[in-house]
Design a protein around this ligand. Structure first.
Ligand code: UDP
Length: 239
């Protein structure tokens, strides 16, 4: 029997910086709260896939500054994202929310490999899927991977959770009190004005495939649930 409306399926991007609460490593209070808020939305029928960054451990570009080969540093960065995924999985499971981690780098004792059709099946069964290790390739970012995964598993939107800001502004609101938040912004404007949404490769992939991106503030309690359930918070980047 054909269903009336297909369920909402979205991809949530969480930066590693948020997971660390501004420090190296994991802030359990932050990760637990995010997990609680995700679990509420899933109980309300939203299908949630998540890409987690790794900036709270390592960034390849920074390791390069410290004298480490860029690609090797990038792999270190990718491995950091997997630790964040496992922490998020643990807190989600503590909420009673079944969760699978799929890594782009094989580590089959701790995660499944990235298998897109299986990821879709997990979502249909009400499980959260967390994607780790980025694209498994140096010189990529977890922002770019968020767009790619969202496209491949047919998510309607990418929801970018930010720390310290609640949307995209005309200038840095922490430095300029005249800065205004956009409620809507075109891909081209974000690219041309180099507004701090995500990196240019990620933005251009979203533009080429007209995938909407919503940038919102992670810190306000309840925001993660709200945005997952479709509230129009923050800034929508679209055509
Ligand atoms: N990374 C990579 N390829 C990918 C994804 C990530 O090489 O596909 C590396 C890169 O070094 C990056 C680090 O992993 O700096 C952590 O990811 P990211 O900086 O995107 O995390 P976030 O800023 O969201 O915390």
């Amino acid at each position: 029997t054909p269903s009336h409306t297909s369920p909402r399926r979205v991809l949530l991007k969480l930066s590693g910086e948020a997971f660390g609460g501004g420090h190296i490593g994991i802030d359990p209070n932050v990760v637990r709260r995010i997990a609680e808020e995700v679990a509420v939305a899933v109980r309300h029928g939203v299908q949630v896939a998540i890409v987690v960054g790794g900036g709270n451990f390592f960034r390849g570009a920074e390791l390069q500054q410290a004298g480490i080969d860029r690609s090797r540093g990038d792999y270190m960065g990718m491995l950091g994202t997997v630790m964040n995924c496992l922490a998020l999985q643990d807190f989600l499971e503590q909420e009673g929310q079944a969760t699978r981690v799929q890594s782009a780098i094989q580590m089959t004792q701790v995660t499944e490999p990235y298998i897109p059709l299986k990821a879709i099946r997990h979502l249909e069964k009400g499980r959260v899927v967390v994607f780790g290790a980025g694209a498994g390739m140096p010189y990529f970012s977890t922002d770019t991977v968020s767009i790619q995964r969202a496209l491949e598993i047919h998510c309607s939107e990418v929801l970018m959770g930010k720390n310290g800001v609640d949307g995209v502004y005309t200038a840095d609101p922490r430095k300029d009190d005249q800065a205004k938040m956009f409620t809507q912004l075109s891909y081209n404007r974000a690219l041309v004005d180099n507004l701090a949404v995500m990196d240019a490769s990620a933005l251009s992939m979203a533009r080429d495939n007209t995938l909407p991106i919503r940038v919102f503030g992670l810190e306000t309690p309840g925001n993660v649930t709200r945005v997952l359930e479709g509230e129009t918070l923050g800034t929508l980047v679209s055509a």
